[in-house]
Design a protein around this ligand. Sequence first.
Ligand SMILES: [Zn+2]
Length: 106
Amino acid sequence: MNETERGALAIDLTDGFVEAREGAVRVIRCGICGQNVPRSVVPHMKSDHPTDWTRWVDRFIELRAAGYPYKKIMWEFRWLFSWSVIRREIFPNDPLLFGQVKVTES
Ligand SMILES: [Zn+2]
């Protein structure tokens, strides 16, 4: 795996998720069940794939502990959700918020 390739840090989790359009609506095809999910895939992940969602959140925390900004993590998850989702989901367990690690500039 090439670490500098965009999306490489979460490809094992996001493989199969594809952004598409249905008319004017942005949809994400779920890489786990194949369903087309309108707008945000996050509520779908929480309700239909809670175990996989937990793995995503664990990855957010791992990447934060490695010093990555929210937006870098959003890129690595290929914009499947907004960066503010990451902040919301890992607060107050965010390693970067407590000065334990330094931000890695991307
Ligand atoms: Zn699904």
